[in-house]
Design a protein. Structure first.
Length: 543
């Protein structure tokens, strides 16, 4: 394997490297750094014109992370952790993007990245033991390894409505927001979708627009963010023992919140008053760890409903119009769809310029030249914001037009749902690694922690292959099938499969209904370490 060849200018793409990386978000960036550490030549190919991935594209009003900023950052460099200061408990999108740019600069990552370039095809050649990657700029890059660092939530899901092309106003998707922002002043705005992106943007759009109409198909559970400036005393404590802080977080099931562990107590082990008090404590301060008030919220229907009713009561207490409050009070299992954090979301529906339209029973029928038509009525608007989410976890892999051994298309291999071993590789696609792929904890964790764990594992694996004279690695068929069954079995013990979440692909028409992420980060890490120690047990390695 040859070392990096030096500065790569835009469009002058190296034709042969050790590792091609698709994407320059947090996963692609760290993979480039890992290649530098290992002396591997690499090239990251990125569609956007800068690093940042999710945080490059999702620039909608209110976009911010709902994992505390002290945790949502890289841990590979102690100096970086000590030097970077986050201004708020939950960082905004611009601040996270600045952080990504800082990391790229500080570790000289851009010398091995090309921007404004989309991968149009990646094909494995068995004879050459090489991946050939084509781009929309006409380049062909060959590499021994292909690392898909395309992100779990990067392929936009924009529903097609009849009349889409007749609408004469502006249309935006939260996941690819204009760089110079959108001014809603004096405009009538529709927001379609009430997941995390909708909940974050709706309160801010309402403050600017003349009128905001929110089209809600499923009501969403959200807990207050209680965001604010970072507590400098707490931050100093964290930084003083940063290794301990990281270790405590990594020992949890979701790779964050180690200093605020889940209570090891079930909902009905305590009496009503105590139960309420435990929920109140978490409601006020714990963010996404609200569900950790009890240990059986996602196991027992009855316990779940008790916690869900607590949130429904909160919503009824905030929203003045009882009919609107009832529509906003979710009926499904709490936590089954991703819990949200918000700032003034429910209270926004007390504003006179905000209307909630329930499309759960009367779906949006069509777009008209002047607005949105549903339930026999046209809602006239100037702007439509699609906060309709993503083709999660598999969308961006499948879009990349990947062909493995004997021309096997990934779309065909995964036609009944994604198949992976450890979420890191899929059989038939030798030397292709997925960062936070389906079958790994990924979206159920602090993503940056999972990204680093995967990239470290991939780096170690490549290093091991180099040292042991192996050129090709691929998941064993049985190991893969056992792993897929294991991921499903774990999900089956919980209430996760009981609603139409994007974890199951249920938000994209026609997508196979398969629970994609693995529950339980710390156990997963132990399994990955054990596999590596046992000479990559469950993988076929060849010379
Ligand atoms: O997308 P979503 P998102 N007609 O899929 C609705 C992460 N994230 O972009 O629930 C009408 O959650 C859909 O309705 P339903 C985070 O992991 C993190 O908001 O399918 N409505 C739903 O209400 C998050 O979970 C952060 O019935 C339609 C909404 O659109 C993930 O990204 C911030 C529809 C989509 O919600 C995705 O969040 C933002 C239709 N035809 C995102 N189609 C933070 O860190 C879809 N919908 C804070």
């Amino acid at each position: 394997m040859t070392p990096v060849s030096g500065q790569i200018a835009q469009r002058q793409v190296t034709s042969n490297v050790d590792v091609v990386i698709v994407g320059a978000g947090f996963a692609g960036m760290y993979m480039v750094h890992k290649c530098h550490e290992l002396g591997l030549s690499c090239l990251a190919i990125e569609k956007g014109d800068d690093v940042g991935g999710t945080w490059y594209w999702n620039r909608y009003p209110g976009a911010r992370c709902d994992v505390p900023s002290l945790e949502y950052s890289y841990q590979f460099s102690e100096d970086l952790q000590r030097d970077w200061k986050w201004s708020e408990k939950y960082a905004t999108q611009p601040e996270i993007l600045r952080y990504a740019q800082h990391v790229a600069e500080r570790f000289d990552l851009k010398r091995d990245m090309v921007f404004r370039t989309t991968v149009t095809r990646a094909a494995w050649s068995d004879d050459e033991q090489t991946w050939h990657v084509d781009t929309d700029q006409g380049d062909v890059v060959s590499a021994h390894f292909l690392v898909m660092a395309t992100g779990c939530l990067s392929s936009a899901n924009k529903p097609q409505f009849p009349g889409d092309d007749t609408f004469t106003g502006e249309m935006y998707h939260t996941g690819s927001w204009p760089h110079d922002g959108v001014d809603f002043t004096g405009k009538r705005v529709a927001v379609i979708g009430t997941g995390s992106s909708g909940l974050q943007s709706i309160p801010l759009i309402a403050e600017q627009a003349t009128h905001l109409t929110v089209f809600q198909r499923t009501a969403t559970y959200s807990v207050p963010a209680n965001n604010g400036p970072n507590d400098s005393e707490y931050e100093s404590q964290v930084i003083a023992d940063i290794a301990g802080f990281r270790a405590r977080n990594s020992a949890t099931r979701s790779a964050f919140g180690g200093d605020f562990p889940a209570n090891d107590i079930s909902v009905f082990e305590v009496e009503g008053d105590e139960r309420r008090q435990l929920l109140e404590e978490r409601w006020g301060s714990s963010g996404l760890l609200f569900l950790g008030a009890f240990n059986d919220v996602l196991i027992s229907d009855k316990s779940n409903n008790e916690v869900a009713e607590f949130v429904r009561e909160k919503i009824r207490g905030i929203v003045q119009d009882p009919k609107v409050a009832e529509l906003l009070a979710p009926k499904q299992t709490i936590g089954c769809k991703r819990l949200c954090l918000d700032t003034n979301y429910y209270a926004t529906f007390n504003r006179e310029n905000v209307t909630l339209v329930d499309v759960s029973t009367s779906p949006i029928e069509r777009l008209t030249p002047h607005g949105v038509f549903t339930d026999g009525r046209e809602f006239e608007v100037d702007v439509i914001v699609f906060a309709t989410g993503f083709d999660a976890m598999t969308g961006s892999f499948l879009k990349a037009n990947i062909h493995g051994r004997n021309g096997l298309a990934l779309t065909e291999a995964w036609s009944a749902g994604p198949l992976t071993y450890l979420g890191l590789n899929t059989r038939g696609f030798p030397n292709m690694f997925l960062v936070t792929g389906p079958g790994s904890p990924s979206v159920l964790t602090n993503m940056i922690v999972s990204i680093e764990q995967h990239v470290n594992w991939i780096g170690d694996c490549i290093d091991y292959m180099r040292a042991s004279g192996h050129r090709v690695i691929e998941a064993d068929e049985q190991a893969q099938s056992d792993w897929v069954n294991y991921v499903n079995m774990i999900a089956g013990y919980t209430l996760f499969p009981t609603c139409n979440s994007w974890y199951l692909g249920a938000n994209v028409p026609g997508k196979p209904r398969v629970f994609m992420p693995l529950l339980g980060y710390s156990d997963y890490v132990a399994k990955c370490e054990q596999v590596a120690k046992a000479d990559y047990q469950g993988f076929e390695l060849s010379a």
